[in-house]
Design a protein around this ligand. Sequence first.
Ligand SMILES: Cc1ncc(COP(=O)(O)O)c(C=O)c1O
Length: 414
Amino acid sequence: MNANLAASNPYDAERVWRDFPILRREVHGKPLVFLDSAASSQRPASVIAAVDRYETYSHANVHRGVHQLSQEATALFEQARERVRVFVNAASTREVIFTRGTTESINLVAQSYGRARLRRGDEILLTALEHHANIVPWQLVAEQTGAVIKVVPMDRRGVIDIDLVDSQLSERTRIVACAHVSNALGTVLPVREIVRRAHARGAVVLIDGAQAVPHQRVDLQALDCDFYAFSAHKMYGPTGIGVLVGRESLLEAMPPWQGGGDMILTVSFEKTTYNTLPFKFEAGTPNISGAVGMAAAIDYIDKLGIDNIHAHEQRLLKIATEKLQRVPGLTIIGTAPVKASVISFTVDGIHPHDLGTILDAEGVAVRTGHHCAMPVMEFFDVPATARASFACYSRDSDIDALVAALARAREVFG
Ligand SMILES: Cc1ncc(COP(=O)(O)O)c(C=O)c1O
């Protein structure tokens, strides 16, 4: 079966792998096998070079200076915004707000939209598989406003049933906030349908797209959600930069959430008027080199083709799932029929942290822990899991290295 899959896939993962300089290094004297891309993916040479070029030749502050460097930096920053807009098919660059990442994007919505609009007894609907970044900001705003958090349960596979979402929606639901893809389980949620049903009840929808954007085509106009959040560092770009895409009419009506330079039109000690979108939500000097790197990362993804990346990762997911299922004592946590390239697992008799340490000694980097999704761990009654996650540069040989390292771990633990 694997031979057939290999034959039907022309994607050249070896060539892609060579675009990522870090992957050529060794750890503990062994070739690095990097299977922790869901936490943060690596950067191709083109992204590193674009950031380096910007830092070397064009750095200055943006939106302020008339001098050449400031003009160049401003042009690069705004071109990056347009690059992001096209990539996710947002309606306008006015809807594309640069943030520090998914976490900040969600906090922005919770504090600006939520805090201004939520009243005592209003409901915020989350799902059972959310990352802490899509739980805690809502708890904070619930405490501030008296709103109530409700949670749509998942089943033992890690699936969120759309009918359960429907049954939890009520006349008081103001906000539905859910992951597009679970980082802990790999589950892909039926977000289009969630948006449709939430809108039918008059609720706005925020989608946490941190784990979706690097792995599948995301078309925000087709999705029709109100807010969508993601991070550059999970999609081959730099850390410290991400995006909130918001519906323009909502963003227009929302108050600024941080004050400072660039988000204003006029300031006096009596009164301040605010800048237009998207600048109203971008107080202070932004992460300019980060935006340049994010644009280069999108160029890189486009060069490979997001649909090709998706097909490649799905193929690896299938092969890895089959091979891991044959490892004695290994249980895969999260068996939804539609998954992204994330496999969480436990091995009988070996604590995930010990497992992670032994795999690391073999050069294999996997994530171990609760993956910032403690309610998921509690639901599956495990203290933690080991998680292997694939990216565009992952290769079949990485799966073999993982399986061999798991055999080694079982030897060590007898
Ligand atoms: C599903 C999900 N949401 C949110 C986040 C937070 O992203 P960031 O740390 O880039 O803000 C992550 C990162 O692990 C994630 O996987």
